[in-house]
Design a protein around this ligand. Sequence first.
Ligand code: NDP
Length: 332
Amino acid sequence: GKVLVSGANGFIAAWVVRLLLEAGFSVRGTVRSEAKCAHFRKEFASYGNRLEFVIVPDITKEGAFDEAVKGVDAIEHTASPFHLNAVAEPDEFIVPAIQGTVGILESARKHGTSIKRIVITGSCAAVLQIEPEPKTFSELNWNEQAPKAVELGHDMSTLTIYRASKTLAERAAWEFFNEHKGEVGWDLVVINPPYVFGPTIHDTPTPDALNTSAREFYTILTEPSSPATLRLGSCWVDVRDVGHAHVLALLKASAGGERIIVSAGPYVWQDWLDAAPDSPKFQKGVPGSSKGIVYQLQYDARKSVRVLGMTYRTMQETARDTVADWEARGWQ
Ligand code: NDP
């Protein structure tokens, strides 16, 4: 079958594309400009004509995906803004997140006559809330906080705006699906990862060109930070496992209709310093000092194991392969 992958040049999407190709699918990737294809034509040259690109310059335009969805059997929608730079307007995130998602579903409804399944890259940003006590979240939880904080103007940090955008986009996707499920030949899966780390195969000529999560990982290992920072953390998953989840979400019939958290577990940054291969170029913090720490935020990822059959890479494996990737690029 042929799979449409939106935002195909992104950190996660590049792995989705590669793992789809390795699993035998053909892939049509959407990117915003021709210039973003060159790297991939080289990187994926061995797959020949099983990979094609279409340019969708503005995903917020009505009918933006009308042509792209024609003739594909499934969609993996990953395109959505994720950065932490200051923004003038929450709509810089919220509009492309919602309209990109609803737009691709609308195009699929009208023109995706052969589509059987649509997978959306959601986020744990649409699941978590800031709580006073440590908490384990599951697919039953929704981030009500971030959309409210942004709507009321109480918290306009880019991270909160991002979290609001992912919550509102996922809600809009389920609403669209519930409204139209009687008239479409496809069902919906949402994959919700926490922070995604790991080696990159998209176009990252310098560390500065890394996407948000991979750059944060690079900065923590290679630049000094305060003890307080090293006690901070979240949950994480390897980008290759996220890619695998996107492939499994197409292969497992029972995934239809599910929102699925894909998380390897919690971390504080000291854990990553301890897991990383030994190098004089990396900060060390206080090795072992995070042993026994209580993690503020955890996810119940059992559904991913039950429904998708997920297995997760360890911190050691992800750290080793990420550092090896930097070395191969001459960054270390
Ligand atoms: P990247 O920044 O590497 O990729 C983002 C992709 O979305 C790129 O293809 C980018 O295109 C596209 N995009 C961004 N803004 C727009 C826009 N306004 N209009 C059209 N396309 C846009 O990030 P990731 O791979 O990390 O993110 C991919 C998805 O995964 C996103 O939906 C994100 O929310 C989600 N996610 C990421 C996590 C992480 O830790 N990395 C965690 C959880 C979810 P271009 O290159 O042209 O800007």
